[in-house]
Design a protein around this ligand. Structure first.
Ligand code: ZN
Length: 112
């Protein structure tokens, strides 16, 4: 697993710069206090090694993906609300692109 230093720190007899990548081949050591659940001692990482100032690189990607999905969901909700306001019918299974198209069409129709 690859980790990225999120701030300057000292670890494994090396000074790490922010953004520097750490190859951590072994298993992470879970936090003995919370057993991986995440607590104050382990800074909510659930592990003590690598330390909390290293962030798993794949974890970063997952967080970004989730933010993307959240943004899509909130845009979908906004479009649905607008469609409701205009009294236009739509299918809740429609994906974002189809909803965008439907909204444009609805706006044209109502002359807005
Ligand atoms: Zn902990």
């Amino acid at each position: 697993m690859q980790y990225k230093a999120i701030r300057k720190c000292q670890y494994d007899q090396h000074i790490w710069k922010e953004g520097e990548l750490l190859e951590f081949p072994g298993k992470t050591v879970p936090c003995p206090v919370c057993k991986g659940e995440g607590c104050i001692k382990c800074h909510k990482t659930g592990r003590i090694d690598p330390p909390h100032h290293f962030m798993p690189v794949t974890h970063v990607n997952v967080v970004e993906k989730k933010a993307e999905v959240d943004a899509e969901i909130s845009e979908l909700d906004a479009i649905r609300a607008e469609m409701d306001e205009m009294g236009k019918a739509y299918d809740r299974r429609w994906k974002l692109q189809k909803m965008r198209d439907a909204l444009i069409a609805a706006k044209k129709e109502t002359g807005k």
